[in-house]
Design a protein around this ligand. Structure first.
Ligand code: HPA
Length: 267
């Protein structure tokens, strides 16, 4: 049995839950908005890597948000922890085997555009994979999806429109833009920031794109929202601390939870 099948076997009581949510750095605060029914430490799930980042708690939760059952990853795996792209995306394949169809992703990101300020939230409309990695490298898992998955529309139009509609109804400011994933863990130099801006990226982070590629391969509908935790202006560059990132992610967390709640209630 492969890794994802073994994990899915242990989690089989969750099969039939249609939506999974990933909480990024500092966004564990969103747990408060979820009515949690069950929690599994990642260590108890066979094949799951252990989250090595202290800012992530590393638990899979089952609960309710917006009146819908959800599976929630509180803490995710990153390439910079030394995990392969395949390991980082194992939970997505497990979700697929459990019957998940919608994936709602949150992350912490640095703003690359002047109007993106710490504490803002940004709907991800497209991405740039700048990691040099891809979770689909190797023999294709034909039971999950095709060899060359299309990426013309990785982020679901339907879910994005629901997010826009809900933001409008709640008078929430929702920016939109392109997210670029870098490998990390070092942050960007001023010159790298200029390069990312010229490439067309609006926000930069160290997660999400691997997961989205795997989810699209599996045929899931994806929604992703970034908490802007710092603004990277190469002409006025200032160091960013993890504490600042977490503080601003925590500030943005309730807005992202509200957005996800609204989307879920319309599904
Ligand atoms: N760069 C990369 N990843 C990040 C940043 C950043 O500025 N902020 C939060 N995650």
């Amino acid at each position: 049995m492969d890794r994802e099948s073994r994990a899915a076997e242990v989690l089989r009581s969750f099969s039939g839950i249609r939506t999974a949510v990933i909480l990024g750095t500092g966004l564990g605060v969103m747990e408060r908005e979820i009515d949690i029914r069950e929690a599994f430490s990642y260590a108890k799930i066979p094949g799951f890597p252990e989250s090595t980042v202290t800012s992530h708690s590393g638990r899979l939760l089952a609960g309710t948000l917006g009146g819908k059952s959800v599976l929630v990853m509180s803490g995710r795996f990153h390439l910079y922890e030394g995990y392969s792209a395949e390991e980082v995306t194992l939970p997505i394949r497990v979700f697929k085997l459990l019957g998940v169809r919608n994936l709602l992703i949150s992350n912490a990101a640095g703003g690359l555009r002047k109007d993106l300020e710490p504490g803002n939230i940004m709907l991800v409309t497209d991405h740039i994979n700048f990691t040099g990695r891809n979770p689909l490298v190797g023999t294709n898992k034909d039971n999950l999806g095709p060899r060359f998955p299309d990426m013309t529309q990785p982020y679901s139009r339907r879910l994005s429109d629901l997010a826009r509609k809900h933001a409008k109804e709640k008078s929430m400011e929702l920016h939109e833009g392109v997210y670029v994933q870098v490998m990390g863990p070092s942050l960007e130099t001023a010159s790298e920031t200029r390069m990312l801006q010229r490439m067309g990226a609006d926000a930069v982070g160290m997660s999400t794109v691997m997961e989205v590629i795997q989810a699209v391969h599996c045929g899931m509908e994806v929604l992703a929202v970034s908490a802007i935790t710092n603004s990277n202006d190469p002409d006025n560059y200032a160091p960013v601390s993890l504490e600042t990132v977490i503080a601003h992610a925590e500030k943005a967390g309730p807005s992202i939870a509200e957005l996800f709640r609204g989307v879920l209630s319309s599904l």
